[in-house]
Design a protein around this ligand. Sequence first.
Ligand SMILES: Cc1cc2nc3c(=O)[nH]c(=O)nc-3n(C[C@H](O)[C@H](O)[C@H](O)COP(=O)(O)OP(=O)(O)OC[C@H]3O[C@@H](n4cnc5c(N)ncnc54)[C@H](O)[C@@H]3O)c2cc1C
Ligand SMILES: NC(=O)C1=CN([C@@H]2O[C@H](COP(=O)(O)OP(=O)(O)OC[C@H]3O[C@@H](n4cnc5c(N)ncnc54)[C@H](OP(=O)(O)O)[C@@H]3O)[C@@H](O)[C@H]2O)C=CC1
Length: 474
Amino acid sequence: MSRECTFLVVGGGIAGVSCAEALAICASNASILLLTESSIVKSVTNLVPVARYLHKFDVRETNVTDLSAGITTIVDQLEHINSSEHWARTKTGIIIKYRYICLCTGGAPKLFNAAKCEERIIGIRDTDSVLELQRRLASAKDVLILGNGGIASELAHELHDVNVHWVIKDAHISATFVDPGAAEFFQLAKSETGEELGAAAVTTAIKRMRYSEEEQLQQQSKRGAALGPDWHRNFDLAGGDAASSRRLPKVYYKSHIKHIEQLPIDGTLQVTLKHEDDSQEQLNCDFIVSATGVQPRLDFTTDVPLQLAEDGGINVDEMMRSNLCDVYAAGDVCTSAWDPAQHWFQMRLWTQARQMGAMAGRSMAAQFEGETVYQDFCFELFGHVTQLFGFPVVLLGRFNGQGLGRDYELLVRCTRNKEYIKFVLQQGRLRGAILIGDTDLAETCENLILNGTDLEPYGDDILNPNIDIEDYFD
Ligand SMILES: Cc1cc2nc3c(=O)[nH]c(=O)nc-3n(C[C@H](O)[C@H](O)[C@H](O)COP(=O)(O)OP(=O)(O)OC[C@H]3O[C@@H](n4cnc5c(N)ncnc54)[C@H](O)[C@@H]3O)c2cc1C
Ligand SMILES: NC(=O)C1=CN([C@@H]2O[C@H](COP(=O)(O)OP(=O)(O)OC[C@H]3O[C@@H](n4cnc5c(N)ncnc54)[C@H](OP(=O)(O)O)[C@@H]3O)[C@@H](O)[C@H]2O)C=CC1
């Protein structure tokens, strides 16, 4: 059996669907085919602007047949691409002749490797994996979460009726997203949940510090698309030990797993942790959630090797082109290999999957129509809107001083249990910000970063709670 199309998009996650939708707008007369291994695809809904270039949105699961008019679909798996002859073959043997192809095959959890105990180590990616987590939780008393990024932070907050052992390499929680100050803010808020907050609790503190000082202070399914914002709202993540319901997760800082052994009697895992000071500690758990990042998914072959980045992603240029002729890539499967703008860097997130998918769609359409297209403005500024430990969080620019070396200052305002605001300043200019709580500062920060406004003359007043900085600069 064979099919023919102008544009072939592979993957029904947010990148693939955004790409196909952009094509349906920009090249409405061309044939667009979406090839995806699951009949459930993801699309963006309820897009709400948080600032000029920053949006929050929900992700909807729909059946492939409900996609916009102009997009036809095949539920199958890509097996091989012959880029020289412009055709692809699926697992069931369908040959698809295409003019342009975009690979949006996402990623898979990069699991902690422990020989003989694999069966008790799980990752979270799609609905199936959460159902598996739920199944194991039902009879579990102790769970070990390994990793310190998005998934670990969400699970540490959401799991209940189970003892949570959270093992992290760093000196503070949620290190991929926040700094030690924000981590402490979250932990305090979590431990005080339900308690009455006294007057002292809402005192605001402002602190400015050099980076180096701060450093001294802290010594149906088939495999489907990745889950997304608020996925845990749809699942009850209760364990099998109601007695532990109110206990906070136990965090093992600066630690890593040295050894795991499965006990013969009941299959429990006996885990030996090694701490930074070389001391060791043993704990038992029913299973481990390895929340240790993603690796790009490339379960197909190509006639000419794809050029991959160090992290295993397909290298793409600013037009989302790979090294193969007329082969594009977007989302978690790709790695940006262009010279990034001053305030942008790649993180494997919904937002970027959507932006890259749409960019690939526009870029392919322009190539087809013989038009010129420029890289979208969204790649000028890193922006991420999320929720952590029940708080709204906005991350902008180089929010953790990424790539700034030691040459920057931090200005922090913190109101316990209410808000945490951190400005990353370099030579008086705002280079990044962490905004936790309902701060209403996202758009102002976005402008300050993009305009490179000199904030030196305002000193610490820039975060003075009695001064409305929105009025100052709008
Ligand atoms: C638990 C969890 C929570 C998350 N929470 C957030 C969040 O709050 N905010 C945020 O910004 N990001 C979040 N992310 C990250 C976000 O989900 C991903 O960055 C994003 O979904 C990537 O989209 P994608 O389209 O590139 O890949 P995916 O969503 O993985 O989609 C890839 C698609 O390709 C298909 N596919 C793969 N191989 C083939 C093949 N050979 N043939 C055919 N089809 C194939 C898959 O079935 C899938 O449909 C979360 C991720 C996880 C796992
Ligand atoms: N709210 C949100 O925005 C959310 C986003 N996501 C996204 O989903 C994807 C998957 O999430 P997640 O798995 O949490 O990935 P992340 O990349 O967010 O975090 C992975 C964490 O695991 C650590 N790690 C890696 N290898 C090991 C190891 N062998 N032992 C111990 N720790 C290790 C990393 O440390 P180090 O960095 O030092 O290597 C890092 O702290 C990510 O792209 C994430 O951004 C997920 C959930 C929520």
